[in-house]
Design a binder for this molecule. Structure first.
Ligand code: COA
Length: 329
């Protein structure tokens, strides 16, 4: 799917993020599995990540992020008429996390649903909420992206354990005087889906129950996929919107691995200083990754009104998605 924004200008008017308090360092991980800080740092750029407390579930992380986004937008929860929550680790399959959030926030008029697109979830949710608003079906959307991947990791598997962390982010979408969203590109390749999977998590019976309920990953294949789509998806959306890569002020790729991100920035021709990097402190937080990075960039003053922002996510599915927007906050 590839398209340029048309119709009423729509933008992000509020942004919030939340990560659990508990910091898990590479040194601590090296006491749990056969790994070292040097290996993790060199291969991924990750130094530490946040891990949810046993009693914390996805909506506990999403709630403060959503409240912060609503506060920044100056929007009351009761005025939200669409709530999309992108996650692969909802509190439970149903009731959906979006329905629970709508209830706790006090958004009784919101159509609310969860969206499953792996680490690309936030980009899919953003495009979908934008589309619903552009079509006139919704007036004010709250888009949440977050995951508690620590719950679905095999804590004895060093090849996945070192990569991921927990966190959530949220944005409010409203009609604005100036055009925020300029275009989106989304894609999926189920043929490669087996390279990043969660066996036993749905209706497919798995005879060999070994590893069921834990993330399985073919790291090298996912690496190849990620380096390819981060570039092709970004180029597609830039081309569709008639924007040159030199015009991009802030580049926010999915925070999976600093090597993957550096490769993409270099291939695209985006100077490293324009790329937002926080994977060193959060690891890969799946659907939380892009909004967490946006929130940090906004807090640091790196993301300013008028900036052209390029975001690209990729992950399980295999899926990918890019969005191009002018920052209007
Ligand atoms: N600590 C120490 N050694 C480890 C290790 C760890 N945590 N994990 C794997 N190794 C070992 C492997 O067993 C292998 O040993 P061998 O050569 O004796 O077989 C060696 O390190 C190299 O493994 P390899 O898989 O080739 O490393 P890599 O350079 O490809 O890096 C990843 C591995 C996982 C960091 C990398 O492939 C990656 O980032 N892939 C993408 C993952 C991703 O982003 N997933 C989420 C997408 S949303």
């Amino acid at each position: 799917m590839l398209g340029k924004a048309q119709g009423d200008p729509i933008s992000i008017t509020g942004l919030g993020a939340y990560a659990p308090k508990r910091v898990l360092t590479n040194e601590e991980l090296s006491t749990l599995v056969d790994t070292t800080d040097e290996w993790i740092t060199e291969r991924t750029g990750i130094k530490e990540r946040r891990i949810a407390a046993p009693e914390e579930a996805l909506t506990d992380l999403a709630l403060p992020a959503a409240r912060a986004a609503l506060a920044q937008a100056g929007v009351e929860a009761r005025d939200v008429d669409l709530l999309v929550c992108a996650t692969v680790t909802p509190d439970m399959m149903f009731p959906t996390s979006s329905a629970l959030l709508a209830d706790v926030l006090g958004a009784p008029d919101a159509g609310a649903y969860d969206l499953l697109a792996g680490c690309t979830g936030f980009m899919y949710a953003l495009a979908q909420a934008y589309g619903m608003m552009a079509a006139g079906l919704a007036e004010r959307a709250l888009v949440v992206g977050g995951d508690v991947l620590s719950r679905i990791l095999d804590w004895t598997d060093r090849s996945t354990l070192v990569l991921f962390g927990d966190g959530a982010g949220a944005v409010v979408l409203e009609r604005t005087p100036q055009r925020g969203f300029l275009g989106f590109e989304l894609g999926a390749d189920g043929g490669g889906g087996i390279h990043l999977s969660l066996p036993g998590s749905g209706s497919r019976r798995i005879e060999d129950a070994t590893g069921n309920g834990y993330v399985h990953m073919n790291g090298r294949e996912v690496f190849r996929f990620a380096t390819r789509v981060l570039v092709s998806s970004a180029e597609a959306v830039l081309d569709c919107c008639g924007v040159s890569v030199d015009e991009v002020d802030v580049y926010v790729p999915h925070q999976a691995n600093v090597r993957i991100m550096d490769h993409a920035a270099q291939k695209l021709g985006i100077p490293r200083e324009r790329m937002v990097v926080n994977v060193d402190r959060y690891g890969n937080t799946s659907s939380g990754s892009i909004p967490l990075a946006l929130a940090e960039a906004q807090r640091d003053g790196r993301l300013k009104k008028g900036d052209l922002v390029l975001m690209t996510g990729m992950g399980a599915g295999l899926t990918w998605g890019s969005g191009l927007m002018k920052w209007t906050l």
